[in-house]
Design a protein around this ligand. Structure first.
Ligand SMILES: *Cc1c(COP(=O)(O)O)cnc(C)c1O
Ligand SMILES: [Zn+2]
Length: 501
């Protein structure tokens, strides 16, 4: 839609201008650092950083109603850079000029209401937000669009040249980094480090396909992360892990979209997200806090983080209810089907602790919870969801299992509307589905498939007739026999009744 077609009262706001004053804030020593250089940790104390807008009070000057109108109408604007996460430019990229914004189709993911069968079974109204429908098929594209737009801005303004972008990954971060890095060729080259045999073949194919340099490292993600950190400490590289605070900023768009999809009414809404390195839950909380502070929303939704019992450091931390005794401890992970969240020492833990406190404080009550689920439940619920019309990954299954836990523990009641994060597309994790269907999980997963959920292909091979092969036609009689035998066999399998002629 053209500018002159937008309502008068939002015309001056519909195309955002650069504004605000962004700074890195250290969560530990409270020092503030300039964003004109790439920083991942505080140069003073080594802790993780958050990006804060020193001028965020300006966002309160517009009434909430007007923000709603701006965001709703902005969807009609045909400017590439403003079609994805930067529809919310004032909240997550205000200092970036429009010509630096990178858009590859991210951040339009649908919220799909579960069918009646599933809602009745769970006893609550819920939706899946399909973040697997982002360009590299996971939510990681949201943060990557922001981090790469920032790097693009540094390159265009002459503050950086010849960037080597690097990350460690449980699969999806490297897919997203390689994709967005490739788009900014030749200025950016990407290298990714993956734990050998701990990412799925689909995930491995993604950075290879985008032309990134791919390194496979023995060990698990936590080990890869240490190697990448050592590289970032000693060499000129741009780190694209969620340690990079720009990633967190971009991922806040997830919350903004949900707010918009509920027409900004978030009373009795619960948000269920899996936790791995804990960047996503940090961003989700921070997004809602920013919308709340600016008056765009009037309620903070309930947040429920979910972890597998095989990788649960955040759950363990919050399981201790005595605040004096509460102490963070990294855990050693065991194999998990929620493989992208199989992390024992989440980089964003200090951010989680900080934001949970703030979120609860603003809410005036405990409003963030973490629940734990088993590997068995993750697989059972993923397959159940997909057999009811969803396309969720194992982490989506983890969220559904987490929803049950939240109801059982009375964290929410059935008056809530829950939004479950399917953080990636089902197709990235079909190997686990195969293992479920074929009952060949290795024992450490402890997964026993439920018969009624298993599924197999049935091979039909007619007897005594050669099979049709490409380039070699059967004789008409043989082909007739082939048709009769195969259709009879299928009909018998499906117990079809013969039509009365
Ligand atoms: C990265 C990832 C997670 C974990 O998110 P964190 O921000 O690391 O907590 C969960 N699911 C999928 C599919 C992912 O790619
Ligand atoms: Zn510090």
């Amino acid at each position: 839609m053209e500018l002159s077609d937008f309502p008068q009262d939002i015309r001056s706001n519909i195309i955002p201008k650069t504004s605000g004053q962004y700074e890195y804030h250290c969560l530990k020593c409270q020092k503030i650092w300039d964003i004109d250089r790439l920083l991942y940790t505080c140069p003073s104390c080594g802790s993780v950083l958050m990006i804060e807008d020193q001028q965020s009070d300006r966002l309160k000057q517009l009434p909430g109603k007007l923000w709603h109108k701006i965001f709703n109408y902005r969807k009609l604007l045909n400017i590439q850079g403003l079609k994805g996460i930067f529809r919310y430019h004032e909240f997550l990229g205000a200092v970036l000029p429009l010509d630096a914004l990178v858009y590859l189709g991210e951040a339009h993911t649908p919220m799909i209401e579960a069918n009646k069968v599933l809602q009745d079974k769970m006893g609550i109204c819920f939706y899946y937000k399909n973040d697997g429908q982002n360009p590299s098929a996971s939510f990681k594209d949201r943060g990557m669009a922001c981090a790469l737009s920032y790097i693009n801005y540094l390159i265009r303004s002459g503050k950086l040249s010849e960037v080597l972008a690097i990350c460690a990954s449980t699969g999806d971060t490297s897919a997203a980094a390689a994709l967005y890095g490739a788009y900014l060729a030749p200025h950016i080259k990407t290298a990714v480090l993956l734990p050998h045999k701990k990412v799925t073949p689909q995930q491995l194919s993604q950075p290879l396909g985008s032309g990134a340099k791919v390194f496979e490292i023995p060990g698990v993600f936590d080990d890869c992360m240490k190697v990448v950190e050592a590289l970032a400490d000693q060499y000129h590289v741009a780190l694209l892990n969620s340690k990079n605070a720009w990633r967190i900023l971009g991922q806040e768009s997830y919350s903004y979209e949900i707010a918009q999809d509920f027409d900004y009414k978030l009373e009795s809404v619960a948000i269920v997200v899996p936790i791995g390195n804990a960047g996503n839950i940090t961003a989700v909380m921070n997004g809602f806090i920013k919308f709340f502070n600016a008056g765009v929303i009037t309620h903070l939704p309930r947040i429920i983080g979910v972890q597998s019992h095989h990788a649960d450091p955040v759950f363990q931390y919050y399981a201790e209810k005595d605040l004096q005794k509460r102490q963070y401890k990294a855990v050693t992970v065991k194999p998990s089907v929620a493989q992208a969240a199989m992390i024992g020492n989440p980089v964003s833990m200090p951010r989680v602790i900080d934001r949970v406190n703030l979120y609860n404080e603003i809410s005036g009550k405990e409003n963030v919870f973490v629940v734990q689920v088993t590997e068995q439940q993750i697989m059972d619920y993923q397959i159940l969801a997909n057999q009811n019309g969803h396309i969720v990954c194992t982490h989506g299954g983890e969220c559904l299992a987490g929803l049950i836990q939240a109801l059982d523990h009375k964290i929410i009641d059935n008056n809530y509307h829950a939004v479950l994060d399917s953080t990636a597309h089902a197709l990235k994790f079909t190997g686990f589905q195969d293992q479920y269907f074929q009952n060949n999980f290795s024992p450490e997963f402890g997964i026993v498939p439920k018969k009624e959920l298993q599924n197999y292909p049935v091979l039909i091979s007619p007897k005594n007739i050669p099979a049709p092969t490409p380039g070699k036609q059967l004789s008409p009689e043989k082909f007739q026999q082939f048709l009769e035998q195969t259709s009879a066999e299928i009909a018998s399998c499906l117990q079809l009744k013969k039509r009365q002629l």
